[in-house]
Design a protein around this ligand. Structure first.
Ligand SMILES: Cc1cc2nc3c(=O)[nH]c(=O)nc-3n(C[C@H](O)[C@H](O)[C@H](O)COP(=O)(O)OP(=O)(O)OC[C@H]3O[C@@H](n4cnc5c(N)ncnc54)[C@H](O)[C@@H]3O)c2cc1C
Length: 390
């Protein structure tokens, strides 16, 4: 009988060992305060595959540098007709494969006597007084606190009441026969290959002279047939990169919800949604991987001080900014390229990153807002006038 089977009561349970659950667990395992807590992880998958290619920016060196495929200190943004070199300064853009991240988390977890991992699917979490009862397909477990990566069912059911954009994409890790890539420089967005004038771009993450991830991405309300991504990828590889002989080593497809859905309303004092399910995905960019570390640190600091776990996790002004951008993308999607060109072309990258990281000053905000095309955002403000404080 293992330690889990003898005692089915835990201080903290994390449902889902994806990006958010992993960052939360790593933060707990790094802090001796949590060594005395019984921590359970319930994850339905073995988590061994390269199922996500995570990219993010951060200042200088970081905790995951040793598992990154590449780290860039130079990059470009391309509008339809102009190249904008990016000044990264102290920032670095980084890419890693999820399987390496999962292995890192699992190795650390296995060295901790107070952390237990069960590969089971959670069906229900119910409040039973001072504890929560978690039902999996095999057992019932009690826990004082639950962090939950499952997306609330209402997200699908209430889609009509919120502004929803899909970030949907397909990417290939290609190996070109000829050495064509400059592995020192990445492309964050390139609008030279487009689909029906919509907010659709390609990004390029070169690993070495032969290998790069090429990903075609849409920020739209609609999805597209698989063949559309393939056509756009092939067009970009042949017409922009001038590559005619290559093999695809890995393929990735994904859909990230960018939404004004109020995920935070689904939390109680002891049942907290995390990650995508907690509204951690930045609604206007689809990025989450790095910001999840800040959210995890904030939640654990709150826990240690017996404050409400979600306190100070979100700032109203960024929800408002995100709502306006999502509204423009929903109602006037063809304006997306001009908005992103203004974001990258008329602002130092550090200011844009602070803005997206939700760490901008008031002066940053004013300068950023002044760089934007005004009319589309004023129209969005009018359309969203009754929802501004939601
Ligand atoms: C293909 C793809 C690429 C992305 N790339 C980037 C990127 O480059 N940069 C960036 O910042 N963001 C990126 N994102 C957005 C975001 O960072 C990821 O979606 C991230 O994985 C979200 O983390 P999460 O923990 O919320 O969800 P996940 O990582 O999906 O983890 C949720 C976990 O919960 C488990 N689970 C679900 N239901 C149950 C259940 N009932 N019982 C037990 N376990 C359960 C799942 O198996 C999964 O392991 C990407 C998203 C996708 C889909």
């Amino acid at each position: 009988m293992n330690k889990h089977e003898q005692n089915k009561l835990y201080d903290i349970t994390i449902i889902g060992l994806g990006a958010a659950g992993s960052h939360l667990l790593l933060a707990m395992m790094d802090d001796p305060f949590f060594d005395s807590k019984r921590i359970l992880i319930l994850e339905k998958e073995p988590k061994e595959k390269h199922d996500r290619t995570w990219s993010f920016w951060e200042k200088n060196d970081g905790r995951f540098d040793h598992i990154c495929e590449n780290i860039w200190s130079q990059g470009d943004y391309f509008s339809r007709d102009k190249r904008y070199p990016l000044e990264l300064k102290e920032y670095r853009y980084k890419t890693l494969h999820s399987n390496h991240f999962y292995t890192l988390v699992r190795e650390k977890l296995e060295s901790k006597a107070n952390v237990f991992l069960l590969e089971q699917t959670v069906h229900n979490v119910a409040d039973i007084g001072e504890k929560l009862r978690i039902d999996t397909e095999q057992t019932s477990i009690d826990s004082y606190l639950v962090f939950d990566s499952r997306i609330p069912e209402d997200f699908e059911n209430q889609a009509d009441f919120h502004v929803n954009i899909l970030q949907h994409f397909k990417g290939w890790l290609i190996n070109s026969k000829k050495p064509v890539f400059n592995s020192d420089s990445f492309t964050i967005m390139d609008y030279r290959v487009n689909y029906k004038d919509q907010t659709c771009f390609t990004y390029v993450l070169p690993y070495d002279a032969h290998r790069a991830v090429i990903e075609t991405t849409f920020f739209t309300e609609f999805s597209v047939e698989d063949a559309v991504y393939d056509d756009l990828l092939n067009k970009y590889i042949s017409e922009i990169l001038n590559i005619d002989d290559f093999v695809v080593e890995h393929e990735e497809f994904g859909v990230i919800p960018m939404s004004t859905f109020p995920f935070q309303h689904y939390n109680t004092d002891k049942h907290i949604r995390i990650g995508t399910a907690g509204g951690w995905v930045k609604a206007s960019s689809g990025y989450m991987f790095r910001m999840a570390q800040d959210k995890a640190a904030q939640m654990l600091a709150n826990y240690k001080q017996s404050l409400p776990i979600n306190q100070s996790l979100f700032k109203a002004k960024y929800r408002f900014y995100d709502r306006l951008l999502l509204d423009v993308l929903k109602e006037e999607n063809k304006l997306g390229p001009a908005i992103f060109t203004a974001s990258y072309g008329a602002n130092p990258l550090a200011r844009l990153f602070r803005f997206l990281d939700e760490k901008s000053s008031l002066l940053d905000d004013i300068r950023f807002i002044l760089s934007m095309p005004k009319a589309p955002f004023l129209r969005a403000l009018w359309r969203q006038r009754l929802n501004i404080f939601k």
